[in-house]
Design a binder for this molecule. Structure first.
Ligand code: G16
Length: 555
């Protein structure tokens, strides 16, 4: 077939940044620059071109899946990306008018055996940011080598190959799929919706779900209302291009399931009338769920799922080596469970792995995983998955008749509890950022010093030794400060912002006794890290903790 392709010269190429923790995140203004998206996409097309010719037969498929969240401009971007992919000899599958969650995209890439996917989402960032993630043929986010390669290719682009959208359509190069159905079918295969539906009819549980005006609305409706027939209230259901707009102070709202951004859901949960409450971010890879006045943190929920993963219908498809992965900055709730997990999966190799931040590191290992940023992943696709987590929680409640808090207390009773929170230091000045780097690099000089109630015992930096190759693949993935009494502070710079800097600061402390007020356990660490920064001469302190606004059952 002879399709008409035009080649347009790029008059002044941009210097495109390397994709960060997950994809490229820039402001709308950056993406609006003439031909910025064209250059970005041409580089991705060049990458897939090489992938499909260099790699295995399964990847030798010249089709790319496109979809993303509803944020402003994404429809137009999907159209343009399609024109460039088709101009480079690819055909394109568009997910549901362009609307798709990240986990559903990951599943569809594998299910359709396409060469990869481009996911248009800046995830939990407000609509004033634009983001694009690139996933490879196994459905996982592109790893560091591929990301470097993509960036090199993008920055060598000098011309763009384009085919007009209507022409591509007329030549059958564009297909559209019902990704909501495809994803709901996967969950049905895993969780058995007809059994759940029957149990739900008997139990009569009520739910409030909050997709935060992102891509999750149609998925939540299909799964919880149409398929499970659950008594559900879905707030912020309609996908909106401003993801909910602005707050009362004129700041754009963050579609992020963090206690700071879901006061309405907290209030509804506090009424005690809802067995399940859940919020997901704009592309539904992050979740926060619970019910009857309680919320589960991601590492806690992960432990609950690990202990109960045998109930899943596709359990027979688990790999020979079961890796329970957590990013190093995530609460280590899983390690005390090691012996029981070994007993639970006779004949399998069970390993517990610490990875750098970025779900790509976990997805690469293709297994169970958790991140502090409210992300829980499963072996059935290669991204963290918000709706999967909420359905799993519901399934456990239906099987046991217990509330989320009762389920969690059983785990804490058996293994102890890791108290955890995340704070941040942020600003716009490069000098401040350099100062923080210097303080953290030299933190070992403070070893033996007391900061409030705690003594700094050891300061080090954590490198990722790849569990398969044994090679250090990520140096200084986090700074680690070990304080007395098992109080651990870790820190790293956020890789998802579009301007300024954000140092994320993670505090955790294991306790065999779980009936403590969380604030009491964490307060000495909050004070110690602020004091250390202050004594080192840093003008700011660590604030904005993610547990602010969290209902605490033991307060
Ligand atoms: C992205 C990645 C996650 C990672 C998070 C960290 O989340 O997909 O794997 O944990 O970034 O964010 P930061 O670098 O800001 O701490 P998402 O939900 O934005 O795709």
């Amino acid at each position: 077939m002879n399709h008409r392709v035009s080649t347009i010269l790029l008059p002044s190429p941009y210097r495109i940044r390397k994709m960060g923790t997950s994809g490229l995140r820039e402001t709308q203004e950056v993406f609006q620059q003439p031909m910025f998206l064209d250059q970005f996409t041409q580089g991705v097309a060049d990458f897939f071109n090489r992938m499909t010719t260099e790699r295995t037969v399964a990847e030798n498929n010249r089709t790319i899946l496109l979809g993303g969240d509803p944020r402003r401009g994404n429809n137009r971007r999907i159209r343009r990306i399609t024109e460039i992919l088709c101009g480079n000899g690819f055909s394109v599958v568009i997910a549901q008018d362009g609307l798709a969650t990240t986990p559903a995209m990951s599943h569809a890439i594998r299910h359709l055996s396409v060469a990869g996917g481009i996911i248009l989402t800046a995830s939990h960032n407000p609509f004033t940011d634009v983001g694009i993630k690139v996933n490879i043929a196994d459905g996982s986010p592109a790893l560091d080598d591929d990301v470097t390669r993509i960036q090199d290719l993008q920055n060598s682009v000098r011309s763009i190959n384009v085919m007009d959208f209507d022409e591509a359509e007329a030549n059958n190069l564009i297909e559209r799929i019902d990704i909501v159905r495809m994803y709901a079918d996967l969950l049905n295969r895993i969780f058995d919706f007809s059994t759940m539906k029957e149990k739900l009819r008997a139990a009569g549980l009520k739910a409030v779900l909050n997709p935060m005006h992102g891509a999750g609305g149609p998925f939540a409706r299909e799964i919880f209302v149409n398929r499970l027939n659950m008594d559900c209230t879905i707030i912020k259901e309609e996908p909106r291009d401003d993801l909910g707009g602005y707050d009362a102070d004129g700041h754009p709202l963050h579609p992020e399931p963090d206690f700071r951004y879901i006061p309405d859901l907290i209030a509804l949960n506090d009424t005690g009338q809802y067995a399940i409450v859940a919020a997901w971010d704009s592309d539904v890879d992050r979740r926060l769920d619970g019910g009857s006045g309680f919320f589960l943190e991601s590492a806690d929920e992960f432990a609950l799922f690990a202990a109960n993963s045998r109930i899943l219908r596709l359990e027979g498809q688990f790999p020979e080596t079961l890796s329970f992965c957590r990013s190093t900055v995530t609460a280590d709730t899983i390690s005390p469970m090691r012996d029981d997990l070994v007993k639970l999966f006779p004949g399998k190799n069970v390993e517990i792995i610490e990875t750098p931040t970025g779900f790509k590191w976990i997805a690469e290992l293709g297994n169970w995983g958790v991140e502090e940023s409210n992300g829980v992943g499963n072996p059935f696709l290669r991204e963290k998955d918000g709706i999967f987590a909420t359905v799993f929680l519901l399934r456990l409640m239906l099987d046991t008749g217990k509330t989320p808090r009762q389920l969690m207390e059983e785990i804490w009773q058996r293994y102890g509890r890791v108290y955890f929170t995340r704070g941040e230091v942020s600003g716009g000045l490069d000098e401040e950022k350099s100062m923080l780097v210097e303080i953290l690099n030299k933190a070992s000089e403070y070893q033996g010093r007391r900061f409030g109630e705690l003594v700094l015992e050891k300061a080090l930096s954590w490198d990722y030794i790849h569990p398969r190759s044994g090679v250090i693949t990520e140096r200084n993935a986090a700074w680690v400060l070990n304080f007395s009494g098992g109080n651990t502070v870790k820190a790293r710079f956020s890789g998802t912002g579009s301007g300024g800097y954000t140092l994320r600061v993670y505090l955790s402390c294991y306790d065999r006794d779980y009936r403590m007020a969380k604030s009491l356990k964490l307060q000495p660490m909050k004070a110690a890290i602020s004091k250390l920064l202050e004594e080192a001469g840093f003008p700011g302190s660590c604030g904005n903790y993610t547990d602010e606004g969290q209902p605490d059952p033991y307060a």
